[in-house]
Ligand binder design. Structure first.
Ligand code: UDP
Length: 475
């Protein structure tokens, strides 16, 4: 689609790498498909990850481009500092580019903590992208405003999160550190959130209607997801995020050799680092469950010499991989996997996930129920949404919120792993109901992004609002 002459110009400034960058790239592609002239601002290293997808879009006529800054933040920096890398080396390049070519609005990832001030100083309409859905926002806000955490007798004492339409119990141990110790974390995020123009959210109304209403009552919010659904071709799905470093054909051939609805997919996202002891418990639990699985082993904690890309580090039990291979029971992969392709494969029956929001939505879109194993960020809230509100998953029993690099106080034992896997994978009425429910939600997700759907309408509404602001400025 060629941009109309009055089409708006939107900039998208994703975080460098990981689970925050991926949906923002997709969001830019969504807005381009609605006719907005969309430019993704990226570092040279990161642009390489999605350059191909954007070229395909350009070839099919979408008004989308990448602007590459001269400053770089590489993948190596990212893997050393994790999601908290300081991206402020991009401050001056961003400021200069905005001065040179001010857009109608800029969508900024919340992790660029310095960027809102610059954008506000230049008087550019600023929209926040926080990478999660409405539910965790409601949980966080109501805990922050209405629960005195110091009054709890211990980290494990349950309390009910007030003012929510569902009864949601939490414990202090499951809360992010910024909620547990608010005095140590000045809430600049909240400030930016309050004085920005609004938030673009990767979710859809029918997934969490009560919580979407709650958020929309309090601020301008556009639910435009699931944005991953903009990846329609196999090529897009293979290369999304970054080109796979594992042999995707080997992986697909292996899945093709399995019966429909028979395989558990295990992955903990792009940043989690499990300690070797935890990997062993997972391996023993999977083996004892006697279910077929495909496991993407991510980075290992506290092992700087480990290299997940070439699999030189092996922290699995002795002989485990060989046994799984011989019995044709499990495929262990190291590196970056084509998650969308795997989840959508007919052989996949369940997903053991850390409940990252992208993985959660991708599982929902593929109609695959989950085993929830939250670790960090807002993942414990996502677990509640999955298992208690939507009832499309079972909990493995993880209880302790961990910063991406903090020490693990307790491991989830092999018995818990085995039990959760059996609960989801072995036929039962409960498992069948979860499967039916998630497939219904998957259908709603598809409808949301089509013309006439709620996410389609929200993307159009944002474009119209921005157009209105431009006209008002011109008058
Ligand atoms: N992902 C992938 N291949 C991998 C690991 C992750 O494609 O081997 C993608 C996954 O599809 C998802 C994102 O990386 O889109 C992870 O985001 P999520 O919010 O689930 O978790 P995070 O990595 O931010 O903790």
């Amino acid at each position: 689609m060629a941009p109309e002459t009055d089409s708006i110009e939107m900039f998208f400034f994703p975080f460098v790498g990981g689970g925050h960058q991926i949906p923002m790239i997709d969001a830019a592609r969504v807005f381009a498909s609605h006719g907005a002239k969309s430019t993704i601002l990226a570092t040279p290293s990161n642009a390489l990850h999605f350059h191909n997808s954007i070229s395909h879009d350009q070839q099919s006529g979408l008004p989308i481009a990448i602007h590459t800054f001269s400053a770089d933040i590489s993948d190596t920096d990212m893997s050393a500092a994790g999601p908290f890398i300081d991206s402020s080396a991009l401050l001056e390049p961003l400021r200069l580019f905005l001065l040179q070519r001010p857009p109608d609005c800029i969508v900024i990832d919340m992790f660029h903590r310095w960027a809102p001030d610059i954008v506000d100083q230049l008087g550019i309409t600023r929209i926040l992208f926080n990478g999660h859905g409405c539910f965790p926002r409601c949980v966080t806000e109501n805990i922050r405003n209405h629960v005195t955490l110091e009054n709890l007798s211990s980290d494990s004492e349950p309390f009910v999160v007030p003012n929510l339409p569902h009864r949601i119990e939490m414990t202090r141990s499951r809360l992010p550190v910024f909620l547990r110790n608010p005095s140590q974390f000045p809430d600049r995020m909240k400030q930016w959130d309050d004085n920005g123009f609004g938030i673009v959210t990767n979710s859809f109304y029918d997934l969490e209607p009560d919580y979407a209403d709650y958020v929309k009552k309090r601020k301008k919010a556009w639910l435009v997801g699931p944005v991953s659904l903009c990846n329609r071709t196999a090529e897009d799905k293979t290369e999304r995020g970054k080109p796979p470093t594992i042999d995707e054909q080997k992986c697909l051939n292996w899945l093709n050799s399995k019966k429909p609805n028979s395989v558990l997919y295990v992955s903990f996202g792009s940043v989690a680092r499990l300690p070797p002891g935890q990997l062993k418990e997972i391996a023993f639990g999977l083996e004892a469950s006697d279910q077929t699985f495909i496991w993407v082993v991510g980075c290992i904690r506290n092992n700087p010499s480990e290299n997940k890309e070439n699999g030189s580090g092996n922290f699995l039990p002795e002989g485990f991989e060989q046994r799984m291979k011989e019995k044709n029971k499990g495929l262990v992969l190291r590196g970056w996997a084509p998650q969308l392709l795997i989840l959508e494969h007919a052989a996949i029956k369940g997903f053991m996930t850390h409940c990252g929001w992208n993985s959660t939505l991708e599982s929902v879109c593929a109609g695959v129920p989950m085993i929830t194993w939250p670790l960090s960020a807002e993942q414990f809230s996502n677990e509640k949404l999955i298992t208690e509100v939507l009832k499309i998953g079972v909990q493995v029993g993880s209880r302790e919120w961990l910063s991406w690099n903090s020490e693990w106080k307790e491991l989830v034992g092999r018995e818990k792993v085995e039990s959760a896997v059996k609960k989801l994978m072995v036929e039962s009425e409960e498992a069948e109901e979860m499967r039916t429910r998630v497939k219904e939600i998957a259908e709603k997700a598809r409808r949301a992004v089509e013309e006439g759907g709620t996410s389609y309408a929200d993307a159009e509404a944002l474009i119209q609002e921005i157009k209105g602001r431009r006209l008002a400025r011109q008058d």
